[in-house]
Design a protein around this ligand. Structure first.
Ligand code: NDP
Length: 281
């Protein structure tokens, strides 16, 4: 038996599991489509129902794979997609959302994000998000790669306060948001979706991380995910196309790391001592 996945409450009052699933790099290589589809379906079975995708990933290919995986079980997922900044005018956002819905084979998204800030005024994108919401095409909207100044600006825009999440780069080796953005989001009740939560694998050979993982008969990826799961209002969305690694990631929820070992991790991956501009991948 594994521990239940804890939940995070969105500003609208809905609880979602705090461990999700990413799809960047999926839907690119047709020869692995079946295993990708099976892995997404397994994520739903394991309760990792927040499925994150984007029109950008695989040029729509990731959304198509997700759509195939969710066929006949759309209601099991909390489906998230994103509009590219150069599509994020008022009419462009609405058009891009409909194109995503077509690829995903669904009539609504649970959450729609502005992928990162571009040239279009936030007012236009937010107005389109609100229009999509009123039409039932999305249930909520949010942003991605917004630093604290962007978030403050967003809250000044009409309906900007309806923002439901900010999805940003956050993992053991990228802790800059702990200085200001994360506490700001926590104070405002806006959950942070942590992307690249295992730094796309680059932190997994860190000797201290390996050492701590061994002490819990766990893997470095599990400890890296446990670090994020420990934080209030944070939803890591690890990507894997491997059913075995998906199981492994799911079991990160069971880890109970001691205060001493958190301190060791802080020494190996120091928290920020000053403002660090938000990093992006
Ligand atoms: P992750 O940190 O999730 O790492 C994914 C990589 O790690 C893959 O190569 C995967 O390989 C491997 N991996 C997964 N689990 C394990 C494990 N237990 N042990 C060893 N290796 C593992 O990086 P991503 O950049 O994919 O971030 C996650 C998601 O966040 C994306 O898929 C996307 O949905 C979102 N994202 C959003 C961005 C934004 O700008 N909003 C930017 C970047 C990502 P394999 O598949 O072979 O298992």
């Amino acid at each position: 038996m594994h521990d239940a996945i804890p939940t995070v409450t969105l500003p609208g009052g809905e609880d979602v599991p705090s461990l999700g699933f990413g799809t960047w790099m999926m839907g690119v290589d047709k020869s692995v489509a079946k295993v990708e589809i099976d892995t997404i379906r397994l994520a739903l079975d394991l309760g990792m129902t927040v499925i994150d995708t984007a029109e950008m990933y695989g040029d729509g290919g990731a959304e198509r794979i997700v759509g195939t995986a969710l066929k006949d079980r759309r209601e099991d997922a909390f489906l998230v997609s994103k509009v590219l900044p150069w599509n994020a005018s008022y009419s462009g956002t609405i058009k891009a959302c409909h194109a995503s819905l077509d690829r995903l084979g669904t009539d609504h998204l649970d959450l729609y994000l502005l992928h990162w800030r571009g040239e279009y005024p936030l007012d236009d994108t937010v107005a389109a998000m609100e229009e999509l919401k009123a039409a039932g095409r999305i249930r909520a909207w949010g942003v991605s790669n917004f630093d604290i100044g962007d978030m403050e600006e967003l809250l000044e825009v009409a309906d900007g306060k309806n923002c439901s999440v900010n999805q940003v780069l956050y993992n053991l080796s990228r802790r800059g948001i702990e200085f200001d953005l994360l506490p700001w989001c926590q104070e405002h009740g806006i959950p942070v979706m942590a992307y690249s939560p295992i730094e796309q694998g680059r932190i997994l050979d860190n000797p201290e991380l390996i050492h701590i993982a061994k002490a819990y008969q766990a893997t470095p990826a599990q400890v890296a995910l446990a670090f994020l799961l420990e934080r209030e209002g944070v939803i890591p969305i690890p990507k894997t196309s491997s059913p075995r690694r998906l199981q492994e990631n799911r079991e990160a929820v069971d880890l109970d790391i001691s205060e001493d070992d958190w301190a060791r991790l802080d020494a190996a991956f120091p928290p920020p001592a000053r403002k660090v501009p938000l990093e992006m991948l």
